[in-house]
Write a protein that binds this ligand. Structure first.
Ligand code: SF4
Ligand code: SF4
Length: 203
């Protein structure tokens, strides 16, 4: 039987591997570093997330979810990592840079689950209809973003001033208010519009 001779290229590679070491790594014993732009598992910068829900809107695989938990008074943002395809749309569209890719790529497990990450932010309720319409963090973020223009929107400046301790929270009437009595309140966009547009209205 004739033993085939190794090709020249394979011989060169074999010699190179003896000198420089093998091309492959001994994963998982030895973990290689990855490219800086590598899209590994996603994490939240919890302090930056305002629970606005923009990431949920752009996620193509429903890997992100917003839940309004009225019992706890919070809006919850959940990342279901087992549904994530690492497309980075949420990273791109998050207005506060609250999501980032880690270089972590070793995600194999024997059980599904256990990967979810969650952020919770305090809800703000409309003082007329009583419905939650935003998070406090979201309103404060907008208030800082618009600068002096904050004074044109009572919902924004009242939230801001209350957080600074220079305005006191009002007792919510939870019912329709006539124009003027209703304007200087924290209101959802719908009640704000009705308050400005209609003298007297009710639900
Ligand atoms: S701040 Fe960013 S991470 Fe938080 S809900 Fe909005 S888009 Fe998602
Ligand atoms: S990386 Fe893509 S799939 Fe994963 S949570 Fe973000 S938008 Fe959804």
């Amino acid at each position: 039987m004739r033993i085939p001779l190794p090709k020249v290229r394979e011989l060169i590679e074999a010699v190179r591997a003896v000198v420089k070491g093998p091309f492959t790594t001994q994963f998982p014993k030895k973990v290689d570093s990855v490219h800086p732009n590598f899209r590994g598992i996603l994490k939240f910068r919890e302090e930056k997330c305002i629970c606005c829900g923009a990431c949920v809107q752009v996620c193509p695989t429903d890997a992100r979810e917003i839940i309004v938990d009225q019992e706890k008074g919070v809006r919850r943002n959940i990342h279901h990592a087992d549904r994530c395809i690492y497309c980075a749309q949420c990273v791109l569209f998050c207005p506060t840079e609250a999501i980032y890719h880690t270089p972590e790529f070793d995600l194999s497990r024997t059980e599904r689950g256990g990967w979810d990450t969650t952020v919770e932010k305090e809800l703000v309720y409309c003082e007329i209809c009583g419905e939650p319409f935003a998070t406090k963090a979201q309103l404060l973020w907008i208030a800082h973003k618009v600068g002096d223009l904050v004074n044109s929107n009572p919902t924004l400046f009242l939230t801001l001033y209350q957080s600074l301790g220079v305005a006191l929270p009002q007792e919510p009437p939870f019912g329709a208010l006539p124009y003027r009595s209703g304007t200087m309140r924290i209101l959802c966009p719908d009640c704000r519009r009705k308050t400005y547009m209609t003298e007297e209205w009710g639900y």
